[in-house]
Design a protein around this ligand. Structure first.
Ligand code: PLP
Length: 400
């Protein structure tokens, strides 16, 4: 016999992966240029030049046994110091390197943090729509996910509903801004409101309620300020990744910051180290850790993502689709013109237009498109969007 819950997870891939795998198969059948795959958040814009330059230099100049050897569990001390200094300078905070833990990307940051915090009977609040893996990560710790819907017009957290959902079992809430799948960015006013609700409930239940701030898209904003969560909410644990900001999702590098004002912060950090150890992470890839001090503050071209976003919006507007106005990240959440979003996805699939239904994101009735693809593919997909709009009799210019 094997573990039932892991067997289930292994046999059933995520809806995003399912569509992506179908896309790969279809491309092999009819040619890459004929499939318009908007399924996966795999950055298409290359990493900035400094990434490869730094890697080359490290490979040329470093002692290979050190470069490819183990670092300490939480990471190379100079790297952790560089990350803390960067955060302090950029956000005027006072994070300590002794609370920075280098990880294998945001997924590792989240699973380590959740495992560090969760005890039997705990509940973790998720704000729908949310990145579907949150449910997997939370359930795997034994905690119960409690889904609270965002305000559906703005896709901002509904603080009143969050207040109602908190009880004595609430250990933490996961927030993600800029958001996957909606592209919403939570302004400082919303974070301040959330902070005041959490403080009120912490007094009532006599224990901290942590905010796990999942921030892989922190730099990907189209002109909207992205507040640093820990500045507004004291019990914040930041989960960061360089996967999206530097287009390095395959390299697995990120960090956890148990923020300065976090209650019981030193113990949380120790539990983070313990969870990383128990989950078998050992240490984050050392070559990529050592690259980090030279690339902090750099990003892949946000202008290119913005160009893609404007292009896809133009097509959607002309076709008459309704969507949530994206402020950051590289996703658009489109309202399905069919009452069943899966039916809409299937109709699009017939036109080799691939995207994922919102159901697994907690966003039934919507679909998500990832526009971290080539601008050419977006332009070439226009005809398929027009045909799709016609099928649903949408009132856009393209149908006039
Ligand atoms: N969190 C969110 C909101 C994401 O969208 C993703 C990846 O798409 C992750 C976490 C996982 O990121 P990583 O590849 O750095 O593990």
């Amino acid at each position: 016999m094997v573990s039932k819950k892991n067997l289930e997870l292994g046999l059933k891939s995520s809806v995003i992966r399912e569509v992506f795998e179908y896309g790969k198969k279809r491309k092999a059948e009819i040619g890459e240029e004929n499939v318009f795959d908007f399924s996966l958040g795999n950055p298409n814009i290359p990493a900035p030049k400094i990434v490869n330059d730094t890697l080359k230099k490290l490979i040329q100049d470093s002692d290979p046994t050190e470069l490819h050897g183990y670092s300490s569990g939480p990471g190379d001390i100079e790297v952790r110091k560089a990350v803390a200094s960067y955060l302090n300078e950029r956000y005027s905070v006072n994070e300590s390197y002794s609370r920075i833990y280098m990880t294998c990307g945001a997924a590792a940051s989240l699973t380590i943090t959740l495992n560090a915090l969760v005890e039997e009977g705990d509940e973790i609040i998720l704000l729908a729509p949310f990145f579907p893996e949150y449910r997997v990560f939370v359930e795997h710790t034994g905690a119960k996910p409690i889904v609270v819907r965002c305000d559906w017009d703005t896709m901002q957290p509904d603080v009143t509903k969050i207040r109602d959902a908190i009880n004595e079992h609430t250990k933490a809430i996961i927030i993600n801004s800029p958001n996957n799948p909606t592209g919403a960015i939570y302004p400082s006013m919303v974070l301040a409101e959330l902070s005041s609700v959490l403080s009120e409930k912490e007094v009532r239940y006599s224990h901290p309620i942590y905010v796990i701030s999942d921030e892989p898209y922190r730099e990907l904003s189209y002109g909207y300020p992205v507040p640093y969560t820990a500045k507004f909410i004291k019990n914040t644990i930041s989960c960061y990744s360089f996967s999206k900001s530097l287009s390095l999702p395959g390299e697995r590098i990120g960090y956890i910051c148990v923020c300065e004002r976090c209650e019981d912060g030193d113990n949380i950090f120790a539990a983070v180290c313990g969870a990383g150890r128990a989950l078998g992470y050992v240490c984050a890839p050392v070559l990529f850790q050592k690259m980090i001090p030279s690339v902090l503050g750099y990003t892949s071209s946000i202008d290119e993502y913005e160009k893609n976003m404007l292009e896809i919006k133009r097509i959607l507007d002309e076709c008459g689709f309704t969507y949530i106005e994206p402020q950051g990240a590289f996703y658009i959440f489109i309202k399905s013109p069919a009452s069943n979003a899966q039916e809409f996805c299937e109709a699009a699939k017939q036109l080799d237009l691939l995207f994922v239904r919102g159901d697994e994101f907690g966003g039934a009735g919507y679909v998500r498109i990832a526009y971290c693809v080539s601008n050419k593919m977006i332009r070439n997909s226009e005809k398929a969007w027009i045909q799709l709009a016609k099928k649903y009799n949408l009132k856009g210019n393209c149908n006039e």
